[in-house]
Design a protein around this ligand. Structure first.
Ligand SMILES: O=C(O)CCC(=O)C(=O)O
Ligand SMILES: [Fe+2]
Length: 485
C-alpha cells in the first residue's frame, strides 16, 4: 500500500505543528520518542517485516550500507521503513559518497541528494512510529541551546579586559583565558567582511567545511536554510591564499593583524614549514566545536567578526581529570566518542558548570578570546558567526610546545609531510634565531622532568622502600624503569 502524503509542498514544518510548551516543533514525519509506544495501540514498526526485530540503532547501521536507489526502494515498503530510510544521517553520508560537483542546497540532505524542488517533495505521515534513534537527532537539532550561556556563575566568568600589554599577558595571563573587548574593531576585515561583501567577492570560491569543499554561495545557502544536530562547520586554513588577502602588521594592506599583546609567535621561525595556524570559521547558530585541546600544545586567539560565541573551558594537567563527560583515549591524545554539542549541553552542562576550574564566557563581535595552551574548550555559536582564529607559540609556552613535539610525536599535527622531524626542525631554527630562549626552555623542561620523575618515584615506591603503610596499596610495574613510557 502506498503510504499517504501529509504534505506535498513542504519547506520545513507545516504551520500549526509547533509545540509551544517546549519550543520544539513536532517531528516532520510525526515520529515520537520510544517511550510513547507504551501508551499506543499501534506501532508502525511491527509492519516492517524482518526489519521489525532489529533494534533501531542496528537497523540504521544496516541502512548505512545501502546506496541511494536501494534506500528509495526500501522506503516504499512501509511507513516505518520510509521513516528509517529518510534519516538525515543516511543522506548526509550518501551525499558525501556521491560527491556531486554541481548541486543546489535544498534545505536538507535528502532533498539535496535527490535534487528535489519544492513541488516534488513529500512527507509521509508516520504517526504511530516510536523511535528514540530517529527522534533524538531531531530533538537535538531543535532543543534551545542559548539558555546554557545564560546566568554564568560569577566564579566561572572569563575575565573581560579592555586591552593588555605583552608583559601583562606573559606575566599574568599566559595560563588564563580572557576576552579582549577592544582590538578587532580597528581591523579592516571587521568592517569589510559582511555577508553581502563576501558573497559579492567570493561567491564561487571554495572553502573547506568538514569533509566538503563548497563555494561560499552554497555554504551561505546551507547556513540560512538548514537545521541539524551538528551543523556543517566551515573551517578553512587556506582562506588567506584563496581570498588573496594579506595578514599581519608587516603588510600595509593587511586585513587584520594579531593583537599586539600576544607578542611574537615562535612557530614563525619555521617559515613556510610551520604547521597550520590560521582558520576562517563560519557557521550557523548552534554550530561550534566539541570539546578538544588545540594542536601541538599551542595557545590560540579567536576573534569574532559577526555573531557571538559561548565558550566553556577547563584547564588540563596530568593530575586533573578531563571535563565531565569527556572520555580520553588511553594515551590521553584523543577524545573518544565525542558527543554533539547539543548532547553534551543537555547531559553534562550542569555538572560541568559546577566543576572546579570551569570557565565560561560569551565573546561578542569585535572581541577576541584567548585559549591558553592545553585547555579543553567547547564552543557554541549563539548566532550565525564569522570568526578568525590563530594558533601561536608565546615565549612562555615554548617549553610546553617543545615537550609536546618531543614526547608525543604521534600526536603532532598540521605539518606538511616533508617535515619528518618537527621537533628537530623547531630546535634547529630556534638555535639559529633565539638561542637563549631555547636554552631557557630546555632548563624548564629539565626541571619539569625532574619534578615529574620524583612524583612518579613516590607513586611507584615499593612498601619496603619507604613510607607505605603495612598492607596498604602498592603501585608498581615490576621492573619497568622508564617513567616516560
Ligand atoms: O570558533 C570555534 O568554533 C572555536 C574554534 C577552535 O576551538 C579552534 O579553532 O581550535
Ligand atoms: Fe580550539
Amino acid at each position: 500500500m502506498a503510504p499517504s502524503a501529509v504534505s506535498t509542498r513542504d519547506h520545513d514544518l507545516p504551520n500549526g505543528m509547533r509545540d509551544t510548551s517546549t519550543a520544539i516543533p513536532r517531528h516532520p514525519l510525526g515520529v515520537k520518542p520510544s517511550g510513547n509506544a507504551y501508551t499506543s495501540t499501534v506501532n508502525l514498526k511491527d509492519h516492517a517485516g524482518a526489519f521489525a526485530v532489529l533494534p533501531d540503532e542496528l537497523l540504521i547501521s544496516f541502512l548505512e550500507y545501502l546506496h541511494v536507489p536501494e534506500l528509495l526502494r526500501l522506503g516504499t515498503a512501509c511507513k516505518a521503513l520510509y521513516a528509517f530510510t529518510s534519516a538525515e544521517e543516511l543522506w548526509r553520508a550518501a551525499f558525501l559518497e556521491l560527491h556531486p560537483e554541481q548541486f543546489e542546497w535544498r534545505g536538507n540532505w535528502r532533498w539535496t541528494c535527490l535534487g528535489l524542488p519544492p513541488e516534488r517533495r513529500t512527507r509521509i505521515d508516520c504517526r504511530g512510529l516510536f523511535s528514540d534513534a530517529l527522534y533524538r537527532p531531531f530533538f537535538c537539532a531543535y532543543t534551545p541551546l542559548n539558555q546554557y550561556a545564560a546566568d554564568i556563575p560569577t566564579e566561572n566568568r572569563i575575565a573581560r579586559l579592555d586591552d593588555l600589554t605583552s608583559e601583562e599577558f606573559h606575566d599574568q595571563w599566559i595560563n588564563k583565558p580572557f576576552i579582549l573587548t577592544k582590538p578587532v574593531t580597528e581591523w579592516p576585515v571587521y568592517r569589510d567582511w559582511t555577508v553581502e561583501a563576501l558573497l559579492r567577492d567570493h561567491a564561487e570560491t571554495k572553502f573547506r567545511a568538514e569533509a566538503v569543499d563548497w563555494p561560499l554561495r552554497t555554504y551561505f545557502s546551507y547556513l540560512e536554510n538548514s537545521h541539524e544536530e551538528s551543523p556543517l562547520y566551515l573551517f578553512d586554513r587556506g582562506f588567506a591564499e584563496k581570498m588573496q588577502v594579506k595578514i599581519g602588521r608587516a603588510s600595509e594592506d593587511a586585513i587584520y593583524w594579531p593583537p599586539d599583546c600576544f607578542g611574537e609567535d615562535l612557530f614563525s621561525v619555521l617559515g613556510e614549514q610551520r604547521p597550520d595556524s590560521k582558520w576562517l570559521i563560519i557557521g550557523p547558530a548552534r554550530s561550534g566545536s566539541t570539546f578538544h585541546k588545540d594542536p601541538n600544545g599551542t595557545s590560540a586567539w579567536n576573534a569574532v567578526l559577526t555573531g557571538s560565541k559561548y565558550w566553556i573551558m577547563f584547564p588540563s594537567s596530568p593530575t586533573l581529570p578531563p571535563p565531565p563527560g569527556v572520555i580520553l583515549s588511553a594515551d590521553q591524545s584523543e577524545i573518544t566518542s565525542p558527543l554533539s554539542i547539543a548532547e553534551y549541553l543537555l547531559s553534562f552542562h550542569e555538572i560541568a558548570r559546577s566543576t572546579p576550574g570551569c570557565r565560561e564566557g560569551i565573546c561578542n563581535a569585535g572581541e577576541v578570546l584567548h585559549v591558553p595552551s592545553g585547555w579543553f574548550h567547547l564552543v557554541l555559536n549563539l548566532d550565525a558567526s564569522i570568526a578568525i582564529t590563530q594558533n601561536f607559540v608565546p615565549q612562555k609556552k615554548l617549553p610546553d610546545v617543545l615537550a609536546f613535539l618531543k614526547d608525543s610525536p604521534d600526536q603532532v599535527s598540521g605539518f606538511t609531510d616533508d617535515v619528518e622531524d618537527p621537533y628537530g626542525l623547531f630546535v634547529e631554527r630556534l638555535r639559529e634565531q633565539y638561542p637563549s630562549l631555547l636554552e631557557e626552555a630546555f632548563k624548564v623542561m629539565e626541571r619539569r622532568g625532574k619534578e615529574h620523575k620524583s612524583k612518579w618515584e613516590q607513586l611507584v615506591k615499593k612498601p619496603d622502600e619507604g613510607d607505605q603503610e603495612a598492607g596498604g596499596f602498592s603501585f608498581g610495574f615490576g621492573g619497568d624503569e622508564d617513567e616516560d613510557e
